[in-house]
Design a protein around this ligand. Structure first.
Ligand code: SF4
Ligand code: SF4
Length: 458
């Protein structure tokens, strides 16, 4: 189980049930709760809010040591052990790092760089891409790449898919597919709508697939020796990387996922003083990214990045304003009409999975008409993901979400290139390897199919 509730520690306060978007937490108040795995989308929001933990006074040090072993936590970690928790894969990654036959390639999701510093005492939402890259190099990863690169790649593929669907009468609205908890929810509950999902793999899986093909070629190494690790703000990314279909290179796209919190464990376990690290950059070419790639971490970000590219691709003119405030916002559902040349694109954005049900029902009944829908499970997108640093006070959590969002937009504003199609490493990968968006190689490596997880209730 990726996310679970420890019966020895759960007080039955039911705080976690209030944030669970799919009512998957069951049990009587005051008694240990249980997660209904048929409903759970592995978002980790329960892990974020649980306040009940093992204390030395109540439980004794032996109990705590046993729990640490059971949860596979590194010895050096002295943080409280909470009732709601997720599996820890730090030891798995350490084994790969210590294996001389493995070449380790790591990628970091956009939202990690605006939150990781919090686990080292920096202010909420501190932007630390340079220190994060330096930490990963100090830990010993052979190649320090970036999910922001593959976020740019996703935009090229997804933007072209949207244009194709709009111009050739394909299934609309197209739904974004980069949030694995949303994809799982749709497969579980609305299998009749899975054709609406973009066939694009998420940036995590695209990067993994590229590492073991193009990345292997660039380094002149055998793909079977590559160990691909991703650092994610999300617990459900662990589920996504285990999906059996995610191996189009002939090998698993991603071998292990660490959450932001687990990366902090690994940095501490490696004895690295994060705050005194000298900033460095990600490795080229698979660590080169644009502002469009970095706003994937916030609600509306995938939509904004896609619109920047779709506008210029359709009109062959420069977009009048790179910032698209109409798609930015907070938890809930918002819509906008976006004019692209002669085309009026009707877009919708859902943040917080519980808000998607009325949207899907209205789409089904014809009460709502959209061309493109972005859905993110967590409250304000991946910056508020279940794998991010944990904040016990609700007021701090809200400040952190705001600051992480602001930092993501600031990072975008300050990057020299802000449109995915202008990323020189993206241009190069199509020239040298992928050939064309939605082409044969891209289709094989970067796209996927969805499965019906259970019969829809009749
Ligand atoms: S898992 Fe944590 S938040 Fe949920 S009921 Fe138990 S103690 Fe409360
Ligand atoms: S992981 Fe998410 S979906 Fe699963 S029980 Fe926790 S809050 Fe609910």
């Amino acid at each position: 189980m990726i996310v679970s509730i420890d019966k020895d520690l759960c007080t039955g306060c039911q705080e976690c049930s209030k944030v669970c978007p799919v009512s998957a937490i069951e049990g009587e108040k005051g008694k240990p709760q249980e997660i209904n795995l048929d409903k759970c989308v592995i978002c980790g929001q329960c892990v974020q809010v649980c306040k009940s933990y093992a204390s030395i006074i109540d439980h004794g040090s032996e109990f705590i040591e046993d729990k640490k072993t059971e949860r596979k936590l590194p010895e050096v970690i002295n943080e409280p052990l909470f009732a709601a928790n997720n599996v820890c894969d730090v030891n798995k990654v350490k084994n790969a790092l210590n294996n001389p036959n493995k070449i380790t390639m790591v990628q970091c999701a956009p939202a990690v760089r605006v939150a990781l510093g919090e686990d080292f005492g920096l202010e909420l939402g501190a932007l630390t891409p340079g220190k994060m890259a330096a930490a990963l190099k100090s830990i010993g990863f052979d190649k320090v790449y970036d999910t922001n690169f593959s976020a740019d790649l996703t935009i090229i593929e997804e933007g072209n898919e949207l244009i194709k669907r709009v111009t050739t009468g394909g299934t609309l609205p197209m739904f974004t597919s980069c949030c694995p908890a949303w994809v799982k929810f749709l497969e579980d509950n609305y299998p009749e709508l899975t054709d609406h999902l973009s066939t694009c793999k998420s940036p995590q899986q695209m990067a993994g697939s590229v590492f073991k093909t193009y990345g292997a070629k660039l380094e002149d190494i055998d793909a079977k020796n590559i160990y691909s690790v991703s650092i994610m703000p999300c617990t459900c990314k662990k589920f996504e990387c285990d999906r059996p279909e995610m191996n189009s290179s002939g090998y698993r796209d991603v071998d292990a996922v660490l959450t932001t919190r687990e990366l902090a464990y690994l940095i501490k376990d490696s004895g690295i003083d994060f705050n005194s690290l000298e900033e460095t950059s990600f490795d080229s070419p698979l660590g080169v990214y644009t502002g469009a790639g970095t706003i994937f971490g916030v609600t509306g970000g995938v939509m904004e990045a896609a619109l920047r590219t779709a506008y210029e691709s359709i009109t062959e003119e420069e977009i009048p304003s790179i910032d698209i405030p109409a798609v930015r916002g907070s938890e809930g559902f918002r819509t906008a009409d976006i004019q692209i040349g002669d085309l009026t694109l009707k877009i919708g954005i859902v943040s917080g999975l519980k808000n998607v049900i009325p949207v899907l029902e209205n789409l089904k009944s014809g009460k709502l008409n959209l061309d493109f829908l972005e859905v993110m499970t967590c409250p304000v997108g991946c910056v508020s993901g279940g794998g991010q640093p944990k904040l016990l006070l609700e007021e701090y959590r809200q400040i952190a979400y705001e600051n992480r969002t602001k930092a993501s937009y600031l990072h975008d504003e300050n990057l020299p290139i802000r449109k995915s199609h202008e990323n020189p490493s993206i241009v190069a990968i199509y020239d040298k390897f992928l050939e064309s968006p939605l082409g044969e190689v891209s289709h094989h490596l970067l796209h996927t199919k969805y499965c019906i997880r259970k019969e829809v209730a009749k």
